[in-house]
Design a protein around this ligand. Structure first.
Ligand SMILES: [Zn+2]
Length: 190
């Protein structure tokens, strides 16, 4: 009897997971239009807060990756799996925020990836961005509490607001952000 119950439970779980798989497919193909570029609000935060604050603190960041289409994501996901080469991504198409224009990867112009990433994680958090964590330090994204499946289903987080109005003025004037500006902004010490 116990064995039968286990069998039923396992079968039910199997059917549920199988149906989820197809629900996901129909979401990505039918309901949500496929994104075609970076989200403008996300890029405003990167350009007017994240990069200038990092620069004021001594990091000359450049963006090494931004928007990636589902097709491009598939190509890098397939590498090392169904295509030759080393595995470079753990995210199948639709499972990276790069696919929605809500993620960038960064490196320093001269130091490359030899950076104090904890400082950059703190700067990112100040601007509203989340770090990719230990496994993906150059990656910064904004998901605003949404899961990747919710992005896939067509949901998007509310727009971010600059932590300090002075940043918008500086960006508009094409002027760099200074440490004094950050002090005026009451930013934490990075
Ligand atoms: Zn990334």
């Amino acid at each position: 009897m116990k064995r039968l119950l286990w069998g039923v439970a396992i079968l039910a779980t199997g059917i549920f997971l199988f149906s989820r798989l197809f629900a996901r497919e129909s979401y990505s193909n039918v309901i949500a239009p496929l994104p075609t570029g970076m989200d403008p609000n996300f890029m405003m935060i990167v350009n007017d807060c994240f990069m200038p604050t990092a620069k004021a603190v001594g990091y000359d960041l450049r963006i090494t990756a931004e928007f990636r289409s589902f097709a491009e994501q598939k190509a890098i996901y397939d590498q090392g799996r169904t295509e030759n080469g080393d595995i470079v991504s753990e995210a199948p198409p639709g499972h990276s925020l790069h696919n929605y224009g809500y993620a960038v990867d960064v490196a320093d112009e001269t130091a490359g990836y030899r950076l104090d990433w904890q400082k950059l994680v703190a700067i990112g958090a100040y601007c509203g961005l989340e770090s990719g964590g230990d496994g993906d330090l150059p990656h910064f994204e904004y998901r605003g509490g949404l899961s990747t499946d919710q992005f896939l289903a067509g949901m998007r987080p509310p727009p971010l607001v600059l932590p300090c109005p002075l940043m918008a003025e500086k960006a508009k004037a094409g002027q760099p952000l200074t440490l004094a500006d950050l002090k005026t902004c009451k930013a934490p010490k990075f």
